[in-house]
Design a protein around this ligand. Structure first.
Ligand code: HEC
Length: 222
């Protein structure tokens, strides 16, 4: 064969190899992750131990029955599965579970749950003061020249000697009052003030930050 023929042969061979390569690449199955087609539904959520055991058994059975699904179904199913997981986390938390990373999680809006976990962290009044005077804007309302909220100074004493005398707050401790004032300010409106305090601190504060703020306000005992 002449040099030209060799070249032609080489080109043909290369062409075949490339074509086969592309075809092979297209046929290579992309590994499909295990996609559940049915989603475990949280049954009525309750903290009662017998009910929890029943839920656990039911959930295990549902997880066992999960099958491979198509990609379309999978997105929705995985999304639901994820939310179900979150619902069970919520359940565990409201049943009194305190996760190892509780201090760094946002506290949420469940006052009882917060009060149950607050004493698991040490509240640092110095850091509380920094937070209070910082971006959260507490000082902006409580220490402005024309303050929108009651003064910071004396918060502990005022709570103890005035607020808790209100029959509406008969069962409250100072800590309970301060936590509720920060997380759910509309629950009790201080007389002569308006309901204008920011109400989303539950989504913004970690347990540690809340403990620090409460410790700072508890130090205001003049
Ligand atoms: C937009 C203004 C505003 C901001 C920001 C604000 N507050 Fe208030 N706060 C108020 C007002 C107004 C009241 C009184 C009305 C009420 O009871 O909700 C109040 C009440 C309180 C009380 C009860 C005081 C008492 O004398 O009984 C506490 C405690 C408190 N705030 C803490 C905080 C903390 C901590 C922050 C920051 C994390 C904060 N506030 C941010 C306006 C604000």
């Amino acid at each position: 064969m002449s040099f030209r023929n060799y070249t032609l042969l080489f080109i043909i061979a290369a062409f075949i190899l490339i074509t086969v390569g592309i075809a092979a690449a297209q046929e290579t199955p992309i590994p499909t992750p295990l996609m559940p087609t049915s989603t475990p539904q949280p049954v009525e959520l309750a903290c009662d131990p017998a009910e929890l055991t029943r839920q656990q058994t039911e959930l295990a059975a549902q997880l066992n029955a999960l099958k491979l699904g198509t990609a379309d179904e999978a997105g929705v199913t995985l999304d639901t599965l994820f939310k179900v997981g979150e619902a069970y986390q919520e359940l565990a938390l409201s049943c009194g579970y305190i996760p190892a990373d509780a201090a760094s999680r946002t506290v949420g809006n469940d006052i009882n749950r917060i009060l149950n976990t607050l004493d698991t962290v040490y509240g640092d009044p110095i850091n509380g003061q920094l937070l209070y005077n910082g971006d959260l804007g507490c000082a902006g309302c409580h220490e402005a020249e024309v303050p929108l909220g009651p003064p910071t100074e004396g918060t502990y004493t005022r709570t103890d000697e005035e607020r808790l005398q209100d029959p509406a707050l008969a069962e409250y401790t100072v800590q309970h009052y301060l936590v509720e004032s920060i997380i759910d300010p509309a629950a009790y409106i201080v007389p002569d003030f308006n309901n204008v305090m920011v109400s989303n601190f539950g989504e913004r504060l970690t347990l540690q930050e809340l403990a620090d703020l409460v410790a700072y306000l508890e130090s205001q005992d003049s």
